[in-house]
Design a protein around this ligand. Structure first.
Ligand SMILES: Cc1cc2nc3c(=O)[nH]c(=O)nc-3n(C[C@H](O)[C@H](O)[C@H](O)COP(=O)(O)O)c2cc1C
Length: 371
């Protein structure tokens, strides 16, 4: 058994300060006595959960965040993190506890990449390393990485063991994110969860869909309940993922599965407010108020400015086009605004377009209501 330096409550999703104010009493909600804190994290979403967005989510109540998936091979091959820095960048002072997520198919790549990351002055603050074993994208899966590892448990175990060994000297734990299984013929999340625990992982995030489902259909929370039951008493945290959209669904997932926390993915896109909604609901003070057009615009500007600082104007504009679509989804005149934003040639022009949208939306009183 691998020795863990961290303890189950101190490292993974932040210490007591990190979780301050975000506790629900599961014993009161009919769950296991003695368990009193559930974490609500932002799930990694490539192209969305950049440092600026994670920082905004943190402000609205997310307990922790994670970078999008980064290739362990890319870092190992270059012998440097420099080429991946755009995706690896973290700022724990601003965004709170954050993990760096790696994907790959070869344990040696992880053994090489992890020390390079954790020795780097800007990345040494990573609270933990997360291993992606759930990505369904053909480009990743065909290399034997991501969800393909659910079909090769010995290889997945080697990668986790090697990663735990590589991160241990830095006092940094390792978690694993995976799925319900490959397809309906191969549903092996519980076996996979036990393997993660035996290989030294500190936590698992379980997305309750198969690889075949990609992001379609309903997440099957019963597999999260089974995994939580199987790992109970092991000290390994179980984070449930899939279809948490608001306070009500977060509370229901926690109650129905006995998971230690939830991770919110698509519901956070263009909607960092979802964390205050969830937080309020779990604390027994639901107060869902739809953001005003002005508040919405201010967050778009904050995201745009943050990305401009990180990536430069051209790149930030490209990234923000799809993000603006998420922020305005279902809103008054969203389609026109999106179409104009796509044609914009500067950050200045995007700001003007959004300001124009605010004026139009404010004059349309229906935009203050949820749609
Ligand atoms: C566009 C997109 C990109 C994603 N990128 C990642 C990623 O980089 N790493 C990862 O582990 N999961 C990734 N995911 C999966 C999410 O983290 C999450 O598991 C999934 O969306 C299910 O949660 P949800 O129902 O709350 O959205 C991505 C999902 C989407 C839709």
């Amino acid at each position: 058994m691998i020795h863990r330096k961290w303890t189950k409550d101190n490292l993974l999703f932040g210490d007591d300060t990190a979780n301050e104010g975000l506790s629900i009493n599961l014993s009161e909600s009919g769950s296991e006595p003695g368990r009193s804190r559930a974490t609500v994290s932002l799930a990694p979403i490539a192209g969305t959960t950049d440092l600026t967005f994670r920082t905004m989510c943190r402000r609205f109540g997310s307990d922790s965040g994670c970078t999008e998936l980064v290739s362990a091979r890319g870092i190992a091959f270059q012998g440097s993190v420099d080429g991946s820095m755009r995706y690896l960048r973290i700022d724990p002072d601003a965004e709170g506890p954050c993990a760096i997520q790696l994907f790959g198919h070869d344990a040696t790549d992880f053994s090489r990449a992890i020390p390079l990351i954790l020795r780097h002055p800007e990345l040494s603050g990573a609270r933990w390393i997360d291993l992606n074993m759930g990505c369904p994208v053909p480009k990743v899966v065909k290399t034997g990485a991501g969800a393909a590892l659910m079909k090769d448990i010995p290889r997945a175990a080697d990668i986790i063991t090697a990663s735990v060994r590589a991160a241990e000297p830095f006092g940094v734990p390792v978690s694993v994110k995976f799925r319900k299984g490959w397809d309906d013929e191969c549903i092996n999340a519980v076996k996979f969860a036990k393997m993660c625990a035996d290989s030294g992982a500190c936590a698992i995030t379980l997305h309750a869909r198969t690889r075949e489902q990609m992001y379609r259909g309903k997440a099957d929370w019963s597999v999260i309940a089974e995994a939580a039951e199987a790992l109970r008493g092991s000290g390994v945290k179980v984070i449930g993922n899939g279809d948490v959209r608001d306070g009500e669904s977060a509370e229901r997932m926690l109650r129905e599965t006995g998971a230690d926390g939830v991770a919110v993915g698509r519901a956070a896109m263009g909607n960092p407010w979802v964390f205050s909604d969830i937080r309020g609901y779990l604390e027994g003070a639901p107060s869902r108020r739809s953001p005003t057009p002005r508040e919405r615009a201010d967050l778009i500007f904050e995201h745009l400015d943050g990305l401009t600082g990180l990536l430069g104007e051209d790149c930030a504009m490209k990234e923000m086009r799809s993000q603006i679509a998420h922020y305005l989804k279902g809103r008054h005149k969203a389609a026109e605004c999106r179409a104009e934003a796509v044609r914009a040639r500067s950050v200045h022009e995007i700001r003007d377009i959004i300001e124009k949208w605010v004026l139009a939306a404010e004059s349309d009183r229906t935009d203050d209501r949820d749609r």
